[in-house]
Design a protein around this ligand. Structure first.
Ligand code: PMP
Length: 368
């Protein structure tokens, strides 16, 4: 008989856990993992390839362990959206292979056995999975109506649970819900621990909505994570980063693997950041398709929520599993996250969005 995972001397606290499980299927319209469905522009791709070619010349050597130039590029990118008194320095930036790895390093440094992290489900599923992997106790707290978190709600949950780390996600995945800047301020003042704001979808927020990064001055326990996977259309390259006090970055140096960011990744990311406006050119179009989904799903009778991200959560689905399968039969994949009567769909190109909405109309006709 084949060996099962349960037969192995695996850590007790990992027994019975499930891995991250978004299905990877080859479907014509893939709207299930909040990717940017627009490819990198051809001229930018050529410049990235040229940079990787150059990096290959010295790939016999280990890469810059401090990814100095990448941190400078990320700093310049973020500073473009900040006022003079909010400007960051490269010492405040840190990067890894996707923001998942950044979050894991944060939990390795500030969580771990005997420590806890407070989160507000439904939220990004990796937050609790990373807690489990690092032996950090995951404490789920309740959200308010419409999946929001009021300042009083976060303060009450912190007072009740006294966590070492607070994870907030703004805009929140899978709900799209905005995260009020007042809620972040209140969380910071209510705890002596780390407050981590996951801003993977920051570039899809309204232009006048402040990022948690604007709160960094004077708040050394605040950490803001970002990614190049979404707005930057760079999910396959695996580049995530955070901004925080330089002392937080020092803490991450204690747990990172040496040379964790390959020379090729660094070269690709630096080149992509050189073309930030071109890489981000599709953001407005994605927001338009997202808003179209909200309007048209609403007109079909589904319940939608305010979304500041590149996806839409919709409720009123009688049988989400059946609807998921019916969409799949029409070559459209969305996400069933196990929220009763809800599905989540990522905004696509105009054609993909149209294909999804047409498929949904056929689903609605048989499953109102
Ligand atoms: N945070 C949130 C809220 C996400 O939705 C995702 C990806 N789905 C990530 C972090 C991780 O992204 P990556 O590792 O690609 O940077």
């Amino acid at each position: 008989m084949a060996t099962s995972l349960e037969d192995l001397p695996i850590r007790d606290d990992l027994r019975g856990q499930s891995p991250y499980g978004a299905p990877q299927k080859h479907v014509r319209v893939q709207l299930n993992v909040n990717e940017n469905t627009h490819p990198v522009p051809e001229d930018v791709a050529e410049d990235i390839v040229a940079s990787i070619r150059q990096a290959l010349a010295t790939v016999n050597r280990y890469p810059d362990r401090e990814f100095t130039e990448l941190r400078r590029s990320l700093t310049a990118y973020l500073n473009g959206g900040l006022t003079a008194d909010q400007q960051l320095t490269p010492e405040q930036l840190w990067a890894a292979n996707g923001s998942n790895e950044v979050l894991q390093q944060l939990l390795q440094a500030f969580g771990g056995p005997g420590r806890s992290v407070l989160g507000f489900p439904p939220t990004y599923s990796m937050h609790s999975i990373l807690a489990a992997g690092t032996g950090t106790r995951w404490i789920p707290a309740q959200r308010d109506d419409e999946f929001r978190i009021a300042p009083e709600t976060v303060v009450a949950a912190i007072a009740e649970h006294r966590p070492d780390i607070v994870f907030l996600c703004g805009p929140n995945n899978p709900t799209g819900t905005p995260l009020d800047i007042e809620t972040i301020r209140a969380a910071y003042d209510a705890t002596d621990g780390i407050v981590m704001v996951d801003e993977a979808y920051a570039e899809f927020m309204p232009a006048d909505a402040p990022s948690a990064i604007t709160l960094l001055p004077g708040r050394p326990r605040l950490v803001v994570s970002r990614t190049m996977s979404k707005a930057f259309a760079f999910a396959g390259a695996r580049v995530g980063y955070l901004a925080a006090d330089p002392a937080v970055v020092d803490a991450l140096r204690l747990v990172r693997l040496p040379y964790h960011l390959s020379a090729l990744t660094q070269a690709a990311a630096i080149a992509a950041l050189r073309h930030a406006p071109a890489m981000l050119a599709m953001v407005d179009d994605i927001k338009r398709q997202r808003d179209r989904m909200v309007t048209e799903l609403g007109a079909m009778g589904y319940r939608t929520y305010e979304t500041w991200s590149n996806f839409v959560l919709f409720g009123g689905v009688a049988d989400p599993n059946a609807a998921f399968e019916a969409l799949l039969e029409q070559d459209v994949i969305v996400r069933d996250l196990g929220i009763p009567n809800h599905l989540r769909v990522s905004a696509g190109t105009e054609e993909e969005t149209t294909a999804f909405l047409e498929a949904m109309r056929r689903v609605a006709a048989v499953q109102p």
